[in-house]
Design a protein around this ligand. Structure first.
Ligand code: ADP
Ligand code: GN1
Ligand code: MG
Length: 366
């Protein structure tokens, strides 16, 4: 984007500072939107919304505005600093919460939170602090009317449907890469009868639908730059009715791994017990009085399930020709899939131990 175009774009938003000549640099490690840091005083985040992934950006932005306003109100009422606890959507000068560019692209500006995300866990107790932030996020949204929310991506965490998409991708083999991933496909298919417990529980009422985040990977939590505290949960694009199990499992798939999601040396990719224990403790301290028996029983399973689900999504995208997740090189998606499958193997081997550990933690905190 030229400097002039960037200036024209930013000028359409109601910023506190004149963006003329300001530095705008790509920022963060997200796989979906294009994110830029706008280095004015105060700083902002500019994002081009990925409309291939989010085909209803207007509805999506309404969701985010409703949710962030709700969170802000709750924090202000509790006397807390809401500017660190969530971001706010910056209005455009025409009163909208986004700008639609001449070429049809959608842009939003949100307030910058002066904290950083981690691509992999440095200290297991980070996960305890992240779980506390998650628990608080969930609690603040517990009285939010889920009917207000547009379902931005239907069946987002419906793992059996994700499996159907994989089967379609195998059949079409659009990228012509199928032959090179036979072993990965075989591994994925070997799980096909073990992936419906959460959707079944939602259907039979043993797992309640809550307003959940649905994308709680570690780099969507922000931590203090110079301290240890977890500050807030960002990336609210996928806040929708869902299961607590989705958020728990998704947070642990990166949070309880010894390596980043795209580490290619699989000997470095191992399930780590301590962050698992820390996140579970933090979560159960927040939810022990509220979690259902079925949810509790499925916590370790959901860690396996969410890791598997993202694994098959990366594999599907590799077969489809890399049309969904941003990739930095040709094999990126398959490297990510193999990384997640390595974790699935690890977690699966330790299921009994993890089930026993969750019960123990629950009995200690309830
Ligand atoms: P994506 O949907 O592509 O993952 P995110 O909204 O998660 O996009 O943004 C990508 C990264 O940018 C985040 O992981 C985080 O590091 C950074 N980021 C996003 N929003 C903010 C914000 N409001 N304040 C500070 N950092 C942010
Ligand atoms: C995407 O947006 P980001 O990078 O935080 C994806 C998640 C995946 C994750 C895998 C909307 O998350 O579902 O778990 O990549 N978000 C969407 O890293 O598909
Ligand atoms: Mg993100």
């Amino acid at each position: 984007m030229t400097e002039q175009k960037l200036y024209d774009l930013l000028s359409k938003f109601d910023l506190e500072a004149d963006p003329k000549g300001v530095k705008v640099v790509p920022y963060g490690g997200g796989h979906i939107n294009s994110t830029f840091l706008v280095d004015t005083d105060p700083k902002y985040i500019l994002q081009k919304i990925n409309t291939h992934v989010f085909p209803y950006p207007v509805e999506l932005m309404r969701n985010i505005e409703l949710v962030t306003e709700h969170l802000t109100k709750k924090m202000v009422a509790a006397g807390e600093d809401a500017s660190m606890g969530t971001y706010r959507v910056v209005k455009a000068k025409d009163g909208n919460n986004h700008i639609k560019d001449d070429d049809g692209s959608f842009y939003r500006v949100i307030t910058f939170i002066d904290a950083v995300s981690h691509e992999k866990v440095d200290d297991p107790t980070e996960l305890y602090r992240a779980a506390k932030v998650y628990g608080k996020f969930q609690k603040m949204l517990s009285d939010f009317d889920a009917n207000e929310l547009f379902e931005v991506i239907p069946m987002f965490h419906h793992t059996p449907n994700r499996m159907k998409n994989l089967l379609k991708a195998i059949e079409k083999n659009k990228s012509g890469r199928l032959d090179s991933v036979k072993a990965d496909v075989e591994f994925a298919l070997s799980y096909k009868d073990r992936i419906s417990a959460v959707v079944d529980g939602i259907a039979d009422g043993t797992i309640p639908l809550r307003v959940t985040h649905n994308d709680t990977k570690l780099n969507n939590f922000l931590f203090e730059k110079d301290g240890d505290e977890c500050v807030c949960l960002i990336d609210l694009d996928t806040v929708m009715p869902g299961s607590l199990l989705y958020d728990y499992g998704d947070a642990l798939r990166v949070g309880a791994s010894s390596a980043a999601e795209d580490e290619t040396d699989l000997s470095k990719v191992n399930f780590c017990l301590e962050p698992f224990e820390q996140f579970t403790k933090g979560l159960l301290e927040s939810f022990a009085g509220d979690i259902t028996e079925r949810e509790l029983a499925l916590l370790p399973y959901s860690h396996l399930l969410m890791t598997f689900e993202v694994g098959i999504r990366f594999l599907t995208d590799y077969l489809d020709g890399d049309v969904y997740f941003k990739t930095a090189y040709a094999e990126h998606n398959i490297d990510r899939a193999r990384n997640q499958f390595k974790l699935v193997r690890d977690i699966d081997e330790r299921m009994d131990e993890l089930n026993a550990l969750v019960k123990k933690i629950y009995n200690e905190v309830k």
